[in-house]
Ligand binder design. Sequence first.
Ligand SMILES: [Zn+2]
Ligand SMILES: [Zn+2]
Length: 156
Amino acid sequence: MASLRCRRDFCGVICLILTYFSVFYADYVVIQYVLIPAYADSVWGTLHGSLFNLVLLLLLACHSKAVFSDPGMVPLPDTALDFSDLRSQSSRMNERGCEGWTVCSRCETYRPPRAHHCRVCQRCIRRMDHHCPWINNCVGELNQKYFIQFLFYTGA
Ligand SMILES: [Zn+2]
Ligand SMILES: [Zn+2]
């Protein structure tokens, strides 16, 4: 599902590759030009290097989790809504007290309050924060914690 979306969004894939490339390049530069000259044949260099790589590994783990996890997509209905019936249906819903639920005309489905439509994902996302090109995914209800972890490790 997620990988399907990746292949569709060419620009997002480029951003992903750029992210991974810059991370590995930073890794290479730090080890080659900082750690090796500074700690040549000492235990600290190896320790430093493995610690740095550990953080990097965590970063990539968070990143891939954020990329491939579902941000909280509103499931598509089995059958498309009949739009001639839409007005009466939504008024019926309001009568039932389901306030805040809206209809997305692009997904042709009902969406809960605070859900927004993402044009890149072509889906409605619950509690959508924004679409992040670096993770090629929307930041929403379910993967927000991975995204925050990713930012944390990037800063570290
Ligand atoms: Zn939608
Ligand atoms: Zn999106």
